[in-house]
Ligand binder design. Sequence first.
Ligand code: 5GP
Length: 219
Amino acid sequence: MSKLFVVSAPSGTGKTTLNNRLMKEFPTVEIAVSHTTRAIRTGEVDGQSYHFVSKETFQSMAKSGQMLEWAEVFGNLYGTSKLELERIFAKGHNVLLEIDVQGCRSILRERPDAITVFILPPAIETLWKRLEQRGTDKLSDRWRRLLTAKQEIEACHIYNHFIVNDTVEKAYAELKSIIVDGNPPALNHEDGIRYCKSLIDEFRSSPLLQDLKKKLEAN
Ligand code: 5GP
């Protein structure tokens, strides 16, 4: 029987790289293509990265019950259509939803059987550096993404499994082990929650993050 997986990760944690690699190696695992109202970025392909639609189209799909879940993230609408899931299930394939924490909560209400995975950065300072390297957002936007990451990590208890993305090879092996082999990952649930708490503590203990906070609040 087809399985439903939810993989979430704070922005900048590298989940897209891991998920795309998995889908390439195992064609029976398909990433559901979400709908979004956000602008297309360089390198993205309509219908592959997302279905890019207008706000009107999105709202009418949501209103007529075509979305399994949807959420507003960073000012744009994102959602998983029921049709997309049916399309993948009809082939007997497993579905991987690459969605945020709000989306995961909604999915669990509809599909409590979903297997949920949270990918974490090795440290918040590392996440900050990765957001800086991406170079796509201004400082205040990057900070907003970091604060959203904090809120998401605070909601970590809803996830079954945790993966720390310190090296891509290790994180990929763990993701493969959960999704393809059905094995529990290296980090058990309690240790995963403890790890998330240590990341939240880093917001208070890191001089770099405290300095940034002061700088941004002063503006
Ligand atoms: P990005 O704009 O960087 O591609 O994605 C921003 C956020 O939207 C990410 O956290 C991503 O997981 C989330 N997202 C993408 N598709 C969906 C979706 O269909 N539903 C929900 N709830 N979140 C989504």
